[in-house]
Design a protein around this ligand. Structure first.
Ligand code: PRP
Ligand code: ZN
Length: 297
C-alpha cells in the first residue's frame, strides 16, 4: 500500500457513537470539512482525516492499513479480534473513551426457567457476536447452537428461530419491550480508540502520539472541576481536610482582609452539594465549582 502522510481515523457514520466521537475529536483540536458524500471528511488544521463507515467495518479497515485509528465499541473490536485470531492480535485498544457504555448480555424469555449458563445446553442462541458468544460458551462448558443474525436479534425468540439471545443492553428498554430478561453479562463495553499495536514509524506515528496526549488531557479535563472558595486562616485546616482528592490547593491573599485566604483546588470528579455544604460548615464561603476547559500538565 502507498504510504500516506495524513492520519486517517475511522468512525461510525451514523449511530450512537457518532456525535460523542466527533465532539471528542473536536475537543482534541481536530476539525473537519463536511464532504458531500459524508464518507470522507478532510481535516482542516492538523493532517488528520475522517472516514465515516459502518462500525462493524472499522477493525478490518485498521487491520488492512486503510485507516490508522478507529473509534469503535469494545464489543465490535473484541469480536473482530476473536474471530480473526492471531493475525489480528496486532490490534490494540489504545484508550477507553468513557461514552457509549453498554454491556453484551445473554437474555432469555421472561417465563423461561434459567438459573445458570448450563441451562442453555442444547438451546439456540441468536446473536450478532458469534465469536464472543462461542468463547463464553466454551469457557462455561455449555453446548449450545449459535445462530448469527445481522440485526433484530431481540425478536428471534418470539419468531421461534432461537431460544435465547446475546445482544447489547444499554437502558434495558429493548429487552423489556420484547419480554426478555438479562441473565449473564459477557462483556462491559464502551467506545474505545483502536489502532495497530505497532504505531507507524513515520509522521503518522508522531501525530498519533500527539493525539493520545491531547486525548488524555481532554478525558482528564472532562472529569475535573476547579473549586474556588474563601476561608479564614483559622478554618483553613478544617476546610482543606474536606476537599475532594486532587493536587495540593493554591492559597492566595485577599486584599484588605489579612485573616482571609482564597483557596483554589483542582478536584478529580464532580463536587456534590453535600460536599459543598460540609465545606461551608467548616468555615468556607463564596464557593464556586467551575468546569475545566483545557489543561496541559
Ligand atoms: C442496540 C442493541 C439493542 C439496543 C439495546 O442496538 O442491539 O437492540 O441497542 O439498547 P437498550 O437497552 O437501551 O434498549 P442499536 O440501537 O445500537 O442498533 P442496531 O442493533 O440496529 O445496531
Ligand atoms: Zn442492536
Amino acid at each position: 500500500m502507498k504510504p500516506r502522510d495524513r492520519l486517517r481515523i475511522a468512525m461510525q457514520k451514523s449511530g450512537r457513537l457518532t456525535e460523542p466521537a466527533l465532539d471528542l475529536l473536536n475537543r482534541c483540536g481536530l476539525t473537519f470539512r463536511q464532504s458531500r458524500d459524508k464518507l470522507f471528511c478532510f481535516g482542516e488544521g492538523e493532517p488528520v482525516d475522517l472516514l465515516l463507515v459502518r462500525d462493524d467495518d472499522i477493525p478490518g479497515l485498521i487491520a488492512q492499513g486503510v485507516c490508522d485509528l478507529g473509534i469503535v465499541g469494545r464489543n465490535v473490536l473484541n469480536e473482530f479480534r476473536g474471530v480473526n485470531g492471531d493475525a489480528d492480535a496486532a490490534l490494540t485498544e489504545w484508550r477507553p473513551l468513557g461514552f457509549g457504555r453498554c454491556r453484551l448480555s445473554i437474555a432469555v424469555p421472561q417465563e423461561m426457567d434459567y438459573s445458570k449458563p448450563g441451562d442453555l445446553n442444547g438451546l439456540r442462541i441468536a446473536t450478532s457476536y458469534p465469536g464472543l458468544v462461542n468463547d463464553w460458551l466454551r469457557a462455561e462448558g455449555v453446548n449450545a447452537a449459535v445462530i448469527t443474525l445481522a440485526g433484530s436479534v431481540e425478536i428471534a425468540p418470539k419468531l421461534g428461530t432461537a431460544d435465547a439471545i446475546c445482544d447489547l443492553v444499554q437502558s434495558g428498554g429493548t429487552l423489556v419491550a420484547n419480554q426478555l430478561r438479562e441473565t449473564d453479562v459477557l462483556l462491559q463495553s464502551e467506545a474505545v480508540l483502536a489502532g495497530p499495536t505497532a504505531l507507524p514509524t513515520d509522521e503518522r506515528g508522531d501525530m498519533i502520539e500527539l493525539l493520545l496526549k491531547r486525548l488524555d488531557g481532554v478525558i482528564q479535563v472532562r472529569e475535573s472541576r476547579l473549586l474556588l472558595l474563601q476561608t479564614s486562616r483559622t478554618s483553613l485546616d478544617a476546610v482543606t481536610r474536606l476537599l475532594p482528592g486532587g493536587p495540593q490547593p493554591t492559597l492566595l491573599p485577599v486584599a484588605g482582609q489579612p485573616d482571609q485566604l482564597m483557596l483554589q483546588a483542582l478536584c478529580a470528579g464532580e463536587v456534590s452539594w453535600r460536599q459543598l455544604e460540609e465545606i461551608k460548615k467548616a468555615g468556607a464561603r463564596e464557593m464556586f465549582v467551575l468546569p475545566v476547559e483545557k489543561m496541559l500538565a
